[in-house]
Design a protein. Structure first.
Length: 151
């Protein structure tokens, strides 16, 4: 039974990787796609972080709009971590993205969950609600960068 389940897992992973790779003509395209999605996400999170840190005046509408965009963008880059894109273009992704894919995917899932909480907090219009949610998002970003991004 274990062999059967293992074979199914391998087959599913292969099919999903093949379908994801089909989205990109070249591995370099996958790198550009994921970097672009992460850049837009970071810019929107950065606006909120600046407000939380007192470096920018708090604007509830800007925070809510930025959190909504960041949550959406947080869903996009993961499909672009396809085989062959680990050495393509100007990537900062460590080999661990592929060698420890389960941990990488768990980190991505955790970040997306925290981003959803940030979006919910931002919708309240309360800086006091946003602060802890922003801290949690920052923690997930840092954790992923520490483990999976070359400096």
């Amino acid at each position: 039974m274990k062999k059967y389940v293992s074979a199914l897992v391998v087959a599913a992973a292969t099919l999903s990787a093949t379908s994801a790779m089909a989205q990109f003509a070249k591995p370099e395209d996958a790198v550009k796609y994921r970097q672009s999605a992460l850049f837009v996400m970071q810019q929107n999170v950065g606006r909120i972080a600046a407000m939380v840190q007192g470096k920018a005046p708090f604007d509830a509408k800007v925070a809510a709009d930025s959190a909504a965009v960041a949550e959406y963008m947080a869903k996009l880059p993961w499909a672009a971590f396809v085989p062959g894109s680990d050495k393509a273009g100007n990537t900062k992704a460590k080999a661990e993205v592929w060698s420890d894919a389960a941990k990488f995917n768990a980190a991505a899932d955790k970040m997306q969950a925290e981003m959803a909480k940030l979006n919910a907090a931002a919708k309240t219009g309360s800086l006091d609600a946003i602060k802890p949610a922003m801290g949690a998002v920052g923690g997930t970003c840092k954790g992923c960068h520490d483990d999976f991004r070359a400096q």
